[in-house]
Design a protein around this ligand. Structure first.
Ligand code: PLP
Length: 392
């Protein structure tokens, strides 16, 4: 007897968590591993060849944000870029008597939030800005708390759960007026939303490869030349001391190729995904009996994100049921030892715990097709309707 298994191909709706590596990028990673194994710091041919690979990748990742490649520093990912900013800038300022106040928001990724919490134990003052129900940061709150003591303001460009696009140019100009550095965690927007560091007042920016179809374990931090910071890692001096250690060459080359593909396919991909996402949302609303609520505003939203609340449905049960249908979604809840705590982002937007626990995130990407999404909409509706009937 053949084994009974789900023959449906995977419908992956969690591109904000990670993306499948583009096969073209995987080829570059493989080629770099096998053929460009030299140390880019060595001064003979194989080293020089590797150096060329490194600098080509730097040019490619910098081009997507219109940065001078000299201001781009490779890291082990978005988490390290965020940590380097928060700790590196604040500790340097504190040690040099340049201020002691950090401003961030309640909806940041844990790479920022946990770093900020750690700094509080070192005596640094931190303000966590609230957000509006749309998911947008409260700019009045920022204007009220920013002061001469403020060293750094860190606001993510696009939120990973609700896809809200923050008004980073406005935030940057508020920071400029107070002489505070502006950092943006652009991990969710990099390669998807236009960014120009030369015309936006951004002083630091974090990006990650595995959110744009590149390999995991590599990212970068853009640092404007005016910014002073301490590095977190000490050693041989690679990446101009900002992030020393022999470079992750296969990862960096892959990241460069992934960025190049984003640059080439950006407009076409954005349009296609927006259309797929909008059709998908319509189908879900049509097929689900009862309420479907979109969390966050539709206007200032990443083209590939939906965050939907199905009142009365336990999102965790929905996630598990969909997994059996080979459909991958996320709830945004933090899971620790069997119990889940509701999403801090949804709570900050004013949802209560029940509403947050009834919400799922659907993030589309290059792996999705109209056919797959039709199937997903049908299964989501089937399970939502079924779970609601059970709840009564
Ligand atoms: C994924 C993510 C990170 C962490 O990046 P890694 O490369 O996985 O360390 C940071 N910030 C945001 C907004 C993210 O989505």
């Amino acid at each position: 007897m053949p084994q009974v298994k789900n023959e449906r191909p995977l419908v992956y709706l969690d591109h904000s968590a990670t993306t499948p590596v583009d096969p073209r990028v995987a080829e570059t990673v493989r080629d770099t591993l096998l053929n460009q194994w030299g140390n880019p710091s060595s001064r003979y041919k194989v080293g020089n060849d590797a150096k060329l690979v490194l600098e080509t990748a730097r040019e490619r990742v910098a081009a997507l944000i219109n940065a001078d490649p000299a201001n781009v520093f490779f890291t082990s990912g978005g988490t390290e870029a965020d940590n380097t900013t928060i700790f590196g800038v604040m500790r340097h300022a504190k040690a040099n008597g340049r201020g002691n106040h950090l401003i961030t928001t309640q909806i940041e990724h844990s790479a920022i939030l946990k770093s900020a919490e750690k700094l509080e134990t070192e005596g640094i003052r931190v303000t966590y800005l609230p957000v509006l129900s749309s998911g947008a940061v409260d700019l009045d709150a920022l204007k009220n708390v920013i002061s001469d003591d403020t060293v750094l303001v860190s606001v993510m460009h696009v939120n990973n759960e609700v896809g809200t696009i923050q008004p980073i140019e406005e935030i940057a100009s508020i920071c400029e007026a107070k002489n505070a550095y502006f950092h943006t965690d652009a991990v969710q927007s990099y390669g998807k939303v236009p960014i120009d560091v030369k015309n936006s007042g951004i002083k630091l920016l974090s990006a990650s490869s595995h959110k744009i179809y590149g390999p995991k374990g590599v990212g970068f931090l853009y640092i404007h030349p005016d910014v002073e910071l301490d590095s977190l890692v000490y050693g041989g001096g690679q990446e101009k001391q900002v992030r020393t250690g022999t470079e992750n060459m296969p990862g960096i080359a892959g990241f460069g190729h992934a960025a190049l593909l984003c640059a080439e396919e950006f407009e076409k991909e954005t349009e296609e995904l927006r259309k797929l996402r909008d059709d998908f949302f319509l189908q879900i609303k049509e097929k689900v009996s009862g309420e479907v609520i979109l969390n966050g505003s539709m206007e200032n939203r990443l083209h590939s994100n939906l965050n939907l609340q199905f009142p009365g449905v336990e999102a965790e049960s929905l996630l598990l049921a969909l997994d059996l249908d080979n459909i991958a979604v996320s709830t945004g809840s933090a899971c620790s030892s069997g119990s889940t705590s509701p999403s801090h982002v949804l709570l900050a937007m004013g949802l209560n715990e029940h509403q947050a626990h009834a919400s799922i995130r659907l993030s589309l990407g290059r792996s999705n097709t109209a056919e797959g999404l039709e199937y997903a909409a049908e299964r989501i509706a089937y399970h939502v309707n079924r779970l609601r009937e059970m709840a009564w």
